[in-house]
Ligand binder design. Structure first.
Ligand SMILES: Cc1cc2nc3c(=O)[nH]c(=O)nc-3n(C[C@H](O)[C@H](O)[C@H](O)COP(=O)(O)OP(=O)(O)OC[C@H]3O[C@@H](n4cnc5c(N)ncnc54)[C@H](O)[C@@H]3O)c2cc1C
Length: 533
């Protein structure tokens, strides 16, 4: 069932916000129970899920096990992975792959007809199911979109952005939405007794990112503004090799290129990773990202050089990357590719329990917007699609199993909140500040400045979208400021080592993030006062 915005009724029991893997899979699992799926972008667009290149991790190979998959997940997470969560995730993987096969996802098979399993960095076994090489995300979302469109109990509404959650006594009562193509239009409200947030990540808060422009962290923001506890907001994974050919978001140069022998060089032609790690270009993702960042910051530039390793074979071996380079006016067979680290994945998110429940009654969160404890300080490759599918299924089961509720009550007419067209320079300024102050290499002074700035925007702006964007930015900056150590994706040049005192997850409300910014502001004012004799 597909409905236009004009057919929107204003009460519904279950509303899912987000049309990526988490949202669509949850809706299908809930069928035949009626649900409404709201998506800012048309299904198939504006979702990181559709862009996934690698695939989904599942311990399916002979000799592999859920325990081994969980152990790799725990090792990647730098001491902060919840081991029970990781093991349960790995155990449920085969079942969710079966579900996706039933929905028609054409995972690649070997000559015997078994699922073909790829290998990725930091996985101790071949365990990545994939589609036509690097097309997993696109194939998964195409199959699920078709299944959703054929399911009569699922109503899909595209082109609406969720901009606020309504609550009463810490329980969900509804959601406020606005047309994406006309943000000055009057908002629409839907009363709901159960809301599932599946709005994806926050990559687009950064000036350089691999994420679609919908990944602005607005889902995280509206949950935080409604009082939800946010976990680990400071942990952002940066991909070391985004291709800098003037595109936003930046296309990815897959890690497999370095696996094939491509090297990282600076503008002088020097291989800078040799001095940084024994594995040089094949060091862990966060270490390579910092190496690339440092070369760029020092003004030397960073390039991925595949001339010797691939040369004329480039186009045939890596057609997607080749096409991105050619479209950007450079031939990677004969020229080094300019690169930069890009915000890629958010390990933090709305804190949820094993059923996907947040700290607000009636609010569930699944996929990248949630933080389950599975990724700790650093995500293991190909675990995020898995987590989205596993938690979407659990959320559906939890909602379906909850006692038959009283239907949602129609919401009283609300005065439309003030909104003005989002000034693009403000968003761009904020994105630049995130990259320069809350990015790959952080320090207390710059994090403090960023937190104070985001708190002021969040407090003062009359633009709802900008306020939501600043809310999430504030949470990331405040979390990063408070974690005075380096761990996983979070690196502080003023605290460059891991510290046992911080070997715990961050749990933070928006009120606490604001309080951190306020103390920093008072400190800055105090420091600026002239010292009286
Ligand atoms: C280039 C790239 C490659 C990747 N490769 C892999 C991989 O190989 N394996 C892997 O496991 N992971 C990979 N990831 C990560 C993975 O794709 C994501 O973590 C995962 O797809 C998130 O799924 P999701 O359903 O939570 O969010 P998404 O798929 O991002 O969907 C979010 C949805 O919410 C909508 N939305 C957002 N905000 C709002 C709002 N306020 N109101 C209404 N709708 C809203 C969006 O339009 C979209 O429909 C990759 C990510 C990228 C960017």
């Amino acid at each position: 069932m597909n409905n236009s915005i004009h057919n929107l009724t204003n009460t519904d029991d279950i509303v899912i916000i987000g049309g990526g893997l988490a949202g669509l899979f949850c809706a299908l699992k809930l069928a035949p129970r009626p649900v409404t799926v709201i998506s800012a972008a048309p299904l198939g667009q504006g979702a990181s899920s559709a862009w996934a290149q690698g695939g989904i991790a599942a311990a399916l190979a002979e000799g592999d096990s859920a325990e081994a998959h969980a152990a790799d997940t725990v090792a990647a997470g730098a001491g902060l992975v919840d081991e029970e969560v990781a093991l349960a995730l790995a155990r449920e993987a085969p079942g969710r792959i079966e579900d996706l096969l039933r929905h028609g996802v054409p995972f690649d098979r070997d000559l015997e007809g078994k699922l073909a399993l790829g290998r990725e960095a930091a996985h101790s076994a071949r365990r990545i199911v994939h589609v036509r090489g690097d097309m997993a995300g696109q194939a998964i979302i195409a199959a699920l979109t078709e299944a959703v469109r054929k399911t009569p109990s699922i109503r899909v509404i595209e082109g609406l952005v969720a901009e606020a959650l309504m609550t009463e006594d810490n329980a969900i009562t509804g959601v406020q939405l606005r047309r994406r193509d006309d943000i000055t239009a009057k908002p629409v409200t839907i009363a709901a007794r159960a809301i599932v947030l599946a709005t994806g990540g926050i990559g687009h808060l950064y000036a350089v990112t691999t994420n679609p422009q919908e990944a602005l962290g607005t889902g995280l923001a509206i949950a935080a503004r409604a009082g939800a506890v946010i976990a680990d907001p400071e942990f952002v994974q940066f991909h070391p090799t985004a291709i800098m050919v003037g595109r936003d978001p930046a296309p990815l140069a897959t890690e497999a290129l370095r696996g094939e022998g491509a090297t990282l060089i600076n503008g002088k032609g020097e291989r800078f990773m040799l001095a940084r790690h024994p594995d040089a270009e094949l060091a862990p993702r966060d270490i390579v990202a910092r190496g690339v960042f440092a070369e760029i910051a020092a003004g030397r530039g960073a390039f991925l050089d595949a001339r010797a390793a691939l040369g004329p074979r480039f186009a045939e071996k890596f057609p997607t990357v080749h096409a991105s380079c050619i479209a950007g006016g450079l031939d990677p067979a004969t020229q080094p590719i300019p690169i930069a680290p890009a915000a890629h994945y958010h390990m933090g998110g709305i804190a949820v329990d094993a059923r996907g429940r947040s700290s607000i009654e009636g609010l569930w969160a699944g996929g990248e917007v949630a933080s389950t404890g599975a990724h700790g300080a650093n995500r293991l490759a190909s675990n995020s699609l898995l987590e989205a599918a596993v938690y979407a299924a659990r959320i559906a089961e939890d909602i379906a199993g909850s006692a038959a509720p009283s239907p949602a009550r129609a919401l009283a007419e609300q005065p439309p909140p003030r909104n003005c067209v989002m000034p693009v320079p403000s968003t761009n300024n904020l994105r630049r500040l995130m990259s320069s102050h809350v990015g790959v290499i952080r320090d207390g002074e710059h994090l403090a400045e960023a937190a104070r700035t985001f708190a002021a925007i969040e407090r003062d702006t009359g633009n709802v979208t900008l306020r939501n964007v600043a809310t999430t930015a504030l949470l990331v900056a405040a979390g990063a400021f408070s974690r005075r150590e380096s761990r996983g994706g979070h690196f502080r040049s003023d605290h460059p080592t891991e510290k046992s005192a911080f070997a715990h997850r961050t749990m933070m409300t928006l009120g606490e993030a604001r309080a951190i910014a306020s103390r920093l502001d008072q400190g800055a004012r105090h420091a600026a006062q002239p010292i009286m004799a």
